[in-house]
Write a protein that binds this ligand. Sequence first.
Ligand SMILES: *Cc1c(COP(=O)(O)O)cnc(C)c1O
Length: 374
Amino acid sequence: MPGVTTTDAWDFSVELRSEPASAEVRTAVLANPAFGKTFTDHMVVANWTVERGWHDARVTAFAPLTVSPAAAVLHYSQEIFEGLKAYRHGDGSVWAFRPDRNAARFTASAARLALPQVPEDAFVSALRALVTVDEPWVPSSDSDETSLYLRPYMIATEAALSVRPAHEVLFGVIASPAGPYFDTGPKPVSIWLTTSTIRATPGGTGAAKCGGNYAASLAGLAEAVANNCEQVAFVDAVEHKWLEEIGSMNLFFVYADGRIVTPGLSGSILEGVTRASVVDLAADLGHKVEERRVSADEWKDGMRSGEITEVFASGTAAVITPIGRLAWPDGDLTIGDHSVDHGVGPVTKSVRSTLLDLQYGRIPDHRGWLTRLA
Ligand SMILES: *Cc1c(COP(=O)(O)O)cnc(C)c1O
């Protein structure tokens, strides 16, 4: 039956790279890792066909893939991915943060994109298999906010231009050492509010983590850059009124009375693992958290009146990104006191440091959110 495999299919064979990077090269990369530019010595690959299900799960040398120019993914974007990090703790052990959530989201994304299911335990086993082999690539715990970024993905490799779910698929995981997203501590970014492009529609793929959503967001991002902003925020497709997200990060608003508000999951917003964690941690920190519709006007009015005191975005790569400016075709507003903490507000700061402390094992993990990888 398609998609159903015994766990034997996921006994990862390990083919070590014959010429791994030298310790000097690795040390140089780890001293100053750029996000998503350098990759570790190995990768995970597994293949799936309708006839055989999943097979040949392996850890092998990081290398280009060979796919047909007719591979369905190149033409019809049948593709999904995930993003999470491996954190080294003070005792040298390496942990993932809520990988079960990424595994479940991968399963949901696969269903939406008509791709086969990777069993959730196999997903976590794949991460562990790669991190075990490439453990020296996990940055040390000395410097805050360095990690090994893990990128699981699945692509339709079948050479077939007919439009239907592919009969041949590849699952893989690659890993890239990641430094702090901000070199000199978090600094507020500027957001362009676009109404000329829409990221996702009701019934569409907005809630799935798929490359097609990113392709659809790039024109909006280019528009943001052309308007002197760093990121773009999207509104809903029906009324062009309700805030959705940034396209790779979820949005949060802090009110003067301490409330924290984030757009509710509308079906076209991607449910971030960071978002879900912030909702719980902010409540722990004593904030009332509301998940509901937030209009673009509420954002603008709140910034003007001072009722909204801080705005931030959440996502695995940058953790918590403060937002300091909102611009749109006929307006431009800034928020925050830029003479204090580079303009990072106190609530943003405390949510951010609580999350990082948890991820790096510096505070107790009461909820069991951490899973050991190595
Ligand atoms: C991955 C992603 C996020 C953030 O999710 P995290 O699990 O917190 O990293 C937000 N929006 C989109 C569109 C995404 O793809």
